[in-house]
Design a protein around this ligand. Structure first.
Ligand code: ADP
Ligand code: MG
Length: 609
């Protein structure tokens, strides 16, 4: 072993860079965050070769004076906090004062800046990853700052080796820009790659402008199938867009959650969201959302992780509860008749086979296909638009057909129920109905299953859970912490029909369980619940288990395929659907109905209108 010595500033910075600068995308994140912290209203990002050759970001923010440039490049130098108290209520994205120093130690970095409103006399400072010595010289620049980062990792070959293809690196980088663009609707963003403009996002704070940005960033299909929510209680506010359960994804790649404007990935939040979608999402699929949580900065600690992707809530339980209940409510309220809920397809033309539950790719002509090309910016204008234009000829024909066959005729648009009136049954599986917009198809088994299930749940809520004592109480060996948590939550267990008592310092005993769980592994269930309670402060496992059993009962008790229904029976089912929570999906998250508008029908028949 050699003697202890101080690290050179350069090496210290390079070590810090290991944490903060993983790839070009991390440089973009840090530099853009600085621009936003500087109050910029416009940022232009210019990238070459996926960012490994060049990243140039120009902003119109506050700028820096010549004498501040060397400091900006020094480690542990920041203008954003001065004391520990400041740290406890950080309002800026940065505060650690190490990003520029780190980036400068592993690239060729040039800062050019001007803090003055008038004139263009700025100054520039360069540091070449060498001894961190900075030369400042005059350079023209309008108010604001340009940060140029060339040849990332040129002096750290080991890191350079970890870079992936240009395309992959650019995708990561673009994702960072998208996140920040979603975090600040009031700022204009442009992104160029190898000289090509890929994004040019206009600023705007009206609801329409925000929606336009979300549609551009997340795709118009998301916006078309998203609900806008906004709730607040005491100190917490949650707003944003949640994808309908039928717009689920195969990956968790369309999930944006912002806490006080900062994007985060947090287990507690993820758990609350997952729990809210539990009853409506197809197994193995992921929900899509863009959500904003706002709370007193003192209630959340952002200094948990160097890249600040994680946060710690002072009152995690309350936050969990709030997110869960807000989303749960919003999703339960989605039922036929909600304008945003009138399609039932997965993204990218994926469809669910209602018989096998298999998810398949649909052929080009299916309804729910992507909106026409070019719909990007204006395409979501249809979002929440009232029902389509007055029905034309096709509707007339359907009416005539109904008259001839003695079927109930659709009344005027105002009084017609959202799912319309049944016309016929197809193959003993589907109900064909007509509503104001055109044709409605309902999977009668899936729909009935949801209705029965929701009824069973309602009955359970009003009558309580039937539970019975175990003949032989079951002893369960657990940790001290688990015993403590079980005691704290005795009420939760009781409410769900389970009696769990403390039997010793490290042992619990299960005395009573819900009747419907008598064939379940209750010991494992108890362990899982305790693990949830320790980690998230809440658990929905028992309910989830009880629900599963109700769902199975509902499935068996529902109208089977191939049963003939009379027209009044079919209409009754449609009315039930309209009155049932979560009626847009069956208990397995598959869609229960779909709409084919007159326009879409016309398109199928190449009928010009
Ligand atoms: P931090 O953001 O944590 O303060 P950085 O190393 O990212 O640390 O930046 C150091 C300092 O340089 C910032 O505190 C800020 O004063 C200044 N700075 C960096 N980028 C900009 C910018 N685009 N406009 C104005 N000032 C900037
Ligand atoms: Mg910073």
């Amino acid at each position: 072993m050699s003697r202890i010595h101080l690290l050179s500033p350069r090496l210290a910075n390079q070590i810090a860079a290991g944490e903060v600068v993983e790839r070009p995308a991390s440089v973009v994140k840090e530099v853009l965050e600085n621009s936003l912290d500087a109050g910029a209203t416009r940022v232009d990002i210019d990238v070459e070769a996926g960012g490994s050759k060049l990243i140039r970001i120009r902003d119109n923010g506050s700028g820096m004076a010549a004498e501040d440039l060397p400091l900006a490049l020094a480690r542990h130098a920041t203008s954003k906090i001065a004391s520990l108290e400041d740290l406890e209520r950080v309002g800026s994205l940065g505060f650690r004062g190490e990003a520029l120093a780190s980036i400068g130690s592993v690239s060729r970095l040039t800062l050019t800046s001007n803090p003055r409103e008038q004139g263009s006399e700025g100054s520039s400072a360069a540091c070449e990853g060498r001894e961190m010595e900075v030369q400042v010289k005059p350079a023209p620049h309008p108010r604001g700052t340009t940060v140029e980062v060339r040849d990332l990792f040129f002096n750290t070959p080991a890191r350079r080796k970890f870079l992936r293809t240009e395309k992959t690196e650019f995708n990561h980088l673009e994702e960072v820009v998208k996140r920040l663009a979603l975090s600040r609707f009031d700022v204009a963003f442009s992104l160029r790659h190898n000289g090509r403009v890929l994004h040019n996002l206009q600023p705007g704070l009206s609801q329409a402008e925000r929606q336009r940005r979300v549609a551009t960033v997340c795709g118009p299909a998301f916006m078309e199938q998203a609900l806008y929510i906004e709730t607040d209680i005491a100190q917490l506010k949650l707003w944003g867009w949640v994808g309908l359960p039928t717009f689920s994804r195969s990956q968790a790649d369309l999930q944006y959650f912002f806490v006080n404007g900062r994007i985060i990935r947090d287990r507690l939040v993820a758990h609350a969201v997952k729990q809210a979608y539990r009853d409506v999402l197809y197994h193995g699929r992921h929900p899509a959302f863009v959500l904003y949580l706002e709370l007193d900065p003192a209630q959340v600690d952002v200094n948990v992780h160097p890249t600040k992707h994680e946060v710690r809530f002072r009152d995690g339980r309350e936050v969990h509860n709030f997110i869960f209940s807000s989303l749960h409510r919003a999703l339960a309220d989605v039922r036929p008749g909600d304008p945003a809920a009138d399609t039932a397809v997965l993204e990218d033309g994926l469809a669910v086979d209602t018989a096998t539950g298999e998810i398949t790719r649909q052929s080009g002509l299916a309804w729910g296909a992507q909106p026409p090309a070019g719909a990007g910016a204006g395409g979501f204008g249809a979002y929440r638009a009232p029902t389509g234009p007055a029905p034309g000829q096709a509707m007339e024909q359907l009416r005539a057909y109904a008259r001839v066959h003695g079927l109930p005729e659709a009344g005027s648009e105002e009084e017609a129920p959202p799912l319309g009136y049944a016309l016929a049954q197809l193959k003993g599986i589907y109900i064909l109905a007509e509503n104001a917009r055109g044709m409605v198809l309902v999977d009668m088994h899936a729909a009935h299953e949801r209705i029965t299930y929701e009824r069973l749940k309602a009955a359970r809520a009003s009558e309580g859970i039937r539970s019975q004592p175990l003949l032989v109480p079951r002893a369960v060996a657990v940790s001290q912490r688990e015993v403590q948590v079980a005691a704290e939550h005795a009420g939760l267990f009781q409410r769900l029909g389970m009696v769990v008592e403390v039997a010793g310092e490290e042992s619990l005993v299960i005395r009573q369980i819900p009747v419907s769980l008598r064939d379940s592994d209750v010991e494992q269930l108890l362990r899982d619940v305790l693990a949830d309670l320790i980690e998230y402060g809440s658990s929905d496992r028992i309910e989830s288990h009880l629900d599963e059993i109700l769902a199975t009962m509902a499935c068996h008790g529902s109208v089977r395929a191939n049963r003939r229904l009379t027209i009044p029976e079919m209409n009754a089912l449609l009315r039930d659907m309209e009155a049932t929570e979560r009626a847009g999906q069956c208990n397995h998250g598959r869609p229960t109905w779909t709409q084919l508008s007159i326009e879409e029908l016309d398109k199928l028949f190449l009928r010009g209108r």
